[in-house]
Ligand binder design. Structure first.
Ligand code: PLP
Length: 374
């Protein structure tokens, strides 16, 4: 549609619309000019970057990991993929709370495992309860995936909720990967904690996944990392050694600058996302037949469209989130992601990684279209 000159409001973006801060670009350019263009060594990440990650984990997360317990990858996605390849054998089950980031179940399957989807209900702010987790664990469970702040729901587990989950996890001794990629993007004063910080048992069981894409507007740079027990990290490094050979050398210099330099740009982006989050939340809840909990983290709103299902919008019968996304795109020129991609057909994901004016415009268009819903 865009290629045809149609003005589409895009709420589909999974990346910040900001540019990478200048000092980060500058460090990578300097590295390029200095000839830092050979194979990256070691595969786990250049020493200064792993040192910077180690210091960041201590500074922000109260986590103590030595550089040997850290593996840098070509994005959080590649880090998670390598981790699953390292840990999962055919027949293993992996607990994936729904709604989930689209790639988790596929990564599990690519490693020969079986995703065990557990529905985190909206009434509990899309958070898994300790009882649900306890009931889902069986003798085949190899791994539990936790993602807070969450894509697509924007939910953030409180320290108390994490402590309760940690108790269940410790009692079963099951490994966890904690995807904390949206960690810097939390609002309304909520406290963001890593489940790895809940005592020595969690430190042994949890592998932390994080990355620079979302916090520093560095999606195209492809830098993510894992921190965890050294036997897991060394297995991941072997996979990376025979697949990627490690992340691009000069990009790692930029990533080091991101973590060691001024964190002011992160705060500025967070403040801007927060402003847009409130505009989107207020406008969504003012729409007929749509309800949306206030997201506390990341940059997504997960809007409930259950009241539209089984009705007609602009003459189109709405059977689920795909139909709703199609009618929004075709009739209102608003792009959203259907919730079914994340394991919930009663929802749409709308990203607020776009300007406040575009958010107002897109939601006005949605409002107009929804007046025809009956
Ligand atoms: C929950 C979650 N984890 C991990 C990633 C991976 O991000 P990247 O590979 O850019 O680090 C994403 C990206 O959308 C995400 O939403």
């Amino acid at each position: 549609m865009k290629a045809q000159g149609i003005d589409v409001v895009n709420f589909g973006a999974g990346e910040p619309d900001f540019d990478t801060p200048q000092h980060i670009k500058h460090a990578a350019i300097q590295a390029l000019n200095a000839g830092f263009t050979k194979y990256p060594l070691p595969v786990a990440g250049i020493p200064e970057l792993r040192q910077a990650i180690s210091e960041k984990l201590k500074r922000d997360n109260e986590l103590v990991y030595s550089p040997d317990e850290i593996s840098v990858a070509g994005g959080g996605k590649n880090a998670l993929y390598a981790l699953m390849q390292a840990l999962i054998d055919p027949g293993d089950e992996v607990i994936v709370p729904a709604p989930y980031w689209v790639s988790y179940p596929e990564m599990v399957r690519l490693a020969g495992g079986k995703p065990a989807i557990v529905d985190a209900v909206e009434g509990n702010d899309f958070k898994l309860t300790p009882a649900q987790l306890d009931a889902a664990i069986n003798k085949n469970t190899k791994l539990i995936i936790l993602n807070s702040p969450n894509n697509p729901t924007g939910a953030v587990y409180s320290p108390e909720a994490l402590a309760a989950l940690a108790e269940v996890i410790a009692s079963h001794g099951v490994r966890v990967v904690s995807d904390e990629i949206y960690e810097q993007l939390v609002y309304d004063g909520v406290e963001q904690r890593s489940i790895a910080s809940f005592g020595p048992e969690m430190r042994e069981l949890v592998v932390v996944c994080n990355g620079l894409s979302k916090s520093y507007a560095m999606t195209g740079w492809r830098i993510g990392y894992l921190a965890g027990p050294s036997e897991v990290i060394s297995a991941v490094n072997k996979i990376q050694s025979h697949s990627t050979s490690g992340p691009t050398s000069f990009v790692q210099k930029g990533a080091t600058a991101a973590l060691t330099g001024s964190q002011e740009p992160v705060a500025e982006m967070r403040a801007e996302f927060d402003k847009r989050r409130r505009i989107m939340g207020d406008r969504l809840n003012a729409l007929p037949r749509i309800a949306c909990r206030t997201p506390k983290g990341a940059f997504y709103a997960f809007a409930n469209i259950a009241d539209c299902i089984g009705r007609e919008v602009a003459g189109n019968r709405i059977g689920g989130s795909l139909d709703m996304a199609a009618v929004l795109l075709n009739q209102a020129h608003v792009a959203v992601v259907p919730g079914v991609a994340f394991g919930s057909d009663n929802h749409l994901r709308l990203s607020y990684a776009t300007s406040a004016d575009r958010i107002r415009d897109g939601l006005d268009r949605m409002g107009e279209l929804l007046t025809s819903c009956h």
